[in-house]
Design a protein around this ligand. Structure first.
Ligand code: 5AD
Ligand code: SF4
Length: 496
């Protein structure tokens, strides 16, 4: 009874895979080191672009032989594509035994057990949130507090943890699938969040990443008391042991002064702000149903640098959205130059069935034009990223050491690097949390000697590479930066 999870998509999915692993382990399953050793393969899927889905379907097709050779083996599909495609998955991929939506992770083990016992396909998803407005079964992510004690087993690094503070999204950007697969926006009660982080701190966690689709829209009302993200950060700051807190992703119009002041003033809040702009032309922002004009975004950028001068801002952009002209695209280039982003993630528009853009707008920018705009914007961003990185050469920075670098071993943070720092399309290869866990454990035990090329991150989320002992993983160290590339700083350990 061994399982293996393959994860694509954003940090929400990485966390969901940890949650699913915890569910399976508590039901008696063991983690397999590879797909070959597993009797259950789980795909945690993403729907944000078509390309991600195609990759999953072809991976599912390739598992035919694996399944044929292993009587009793099972395949489960969870995550956003499970919610979006539902029982259609069984038709397109007849190998699949279980389909489990993002709101039903707590049912995964039951579904798997039932599929094993009956040989029949099993499915649990939510009903459409737009058709069944008042139905409690309408798309809604599970609000259950997962037990952080169990999650200790499934966290790839003992000293870092992700904590979801919000579920779903209510912004309804016209191109996006998220509001229909992840359900309505819900903020978790602060006492649950603080309780969870307290337990994590007791377990030795020093760095927390707060997750939400629009994390800075966090708002919890209880009687006459409203808790905003800034209030939450202040409470988290009081928890002993938590040294760094960052939050992703932010929505531009909710980047309020109280939040920026909290980031500036609280020792544990870090000045890394991921605030997707999506586009640099008002006409496109309007069609995208973003709720701001470019001028407002620029004003926000000014305010960030004024309040938090050391801030590192990152953004997402979509190129080739419906009707985008060359002039409109150039306005995106202008915004990238204006905002001096640490990094931008650039995506070619991908039509997603059922949302407003798919219903009412033509996906009329040819693929080769999308590709060219993608590359052009990337080149501009790389130039800016390099110039920013170079300002660190000669300086000493404090990093949290994460472990051996990608060159040495593949690790969870590398998956997240690919996810959050890769200079281009965020689509990552299928990443197995299990494999990451195995390799990060191997690295701790120093199978290849104690010295390695190690990586860590600054409080602005800049990746730093240096030569050092593997035993430094999880510790804060000072590094003098000697050279820089757009997305990596290299340096030497400063001995105390
Ligand atoms: N096509 C391309 N990119 C998209 N994103 C969201 N929906 C789409 C789509 N249909 C991008 C946005 C978002 C990021 C996570 O994915 O830039 O911020
Ligand atoms: Fe999608 Fe917009 Fe919500 Fe982000 S804010 S998840 S882009 S609908």
């Amino acid at each position: 009874m061994k399982f293996y999870i393959e994860t694509v998509g954003c940090q929400m999915n990485v966390l969901d895979s940890e949650l699913a692993s915890a569910e399976l382990i508590s039901a008696g399953w063991e983690r397999a080191e590879s797909r070959k050793d597993a009797t259950l393969v789980v795909f945690n899927t993403c729907s944000v672009r078509e390309h991600a889905e195609e990759k999953i379907y072809s991976a599912l097709g390739r598992l035919k032989h694996w399944k044929a050779q292993k009587p009793g083996s099972l395949i489960a599909v969870m995550g956003c594509m499970a919610q979006k495609d539902q029982s259609r998955i069984f038709k397109r991929a007849p190998n699949v035994d279980v389909v489990c939506g993002p709101g039903q992770i707590d049912q995964l083990t039951t579904l798997v057990a039932r599929a094993a016992a009956t040989g029949e396909p099993q499915i649990a998803t939510s009903v459409d949130r737009f058709v069944h407005k008042n139905d409690p079964k309408a798309v809604r992510e599970s609000f259950r507090l997962y037990d952080p004690k169990r999650l200790k087993e499934t966290r790839p690094r003992a000293f870092q943890a992700m904590v979801r503070i919000m579920f779903g999204c209510n912004k309804f950007c016209s191109y996006c699938i998220v509001p229909s697969v992840r359900g309505p926006e819900q903020s978790r009660p602060p006492k649950d969040i603080l309780n969870e982080i307290g337990i994590l701190a007791d377990q030795g966690v020093v760095e927390i990443v707060l997750l939400g689709q629009t994390v800075n829209s966090y708002r919890y009302v209880e009687g006459d008391k409203t808790t905003r993200l800034s209030d939450l950060l202040a409470e988290i700051d009081k928890i002993p042991g938590i040294r760094r807190v960052r939050f992703v992703s932010s929505y531009p119009t909710d980047m309020t002064d109280d939040l920026l002041q909290a980031v500036r003033d609280l020792p544990s809040s870090t000045p890394y702000l991921h605030v997707p702009a999506q586009h640099g032309a008002d006409s496109m922002l309007e069609r995208m149903r973003r709720r701001y004009a470019v001028g407002q975004y620029k004003e926000m950028v000014d305010r960030i640098y004024e309040t938090v001068p050391e801030a590192a801002i990152t953004s997402d952009f979509i190129v080739g959205f419906c009707g985008e002209t060359e002039e409109e695209f150039q306005q995106t280039v202008d915004l990238v130059r204006y905002a001096r982003f640490k990094n931008s993630f650039i995506f070619k528009y991908s039509e997603r069935p059922g949302n407003e853009a798919a219903r009412t707008m033509a996906d009329d920018v040819p693929e080769d034009v999308k590709k060219r705009r993608n590359n052009e914007l990337l080149a501009v961003q790389n130039e800016i990223s390099l110039a920013q990185s170079e300002t660190f050469v000669g300086k000493t920075v404090e990093i949290l050491v994460e472990g051996p670098s990608k060159k040495e071993t593949k690790s969870l943070s590398d998956a997240l690097i690919e996810e959050s720092d890769a200079p281009s399309d965020k689509e990552t290869d299928l990443t197995s949390v299990d494999q990451l866990l195995a390799s990060s454990r191997a690295s701790v035990f120093g199978e290849r000697g104690d010295r390695a090329q190690m990586t860590g991150r600054t409080k602005c989320d800049r990746i730093v590479v240096f030569d050092g002992s593997r035993s430094l993983a999880g510790e804060f160290r000072k590094i003098k930066i000697t050279s820089a590339t757009p997305f990596t700083l290299c340096g030497k350990l400063v001995e105390d």
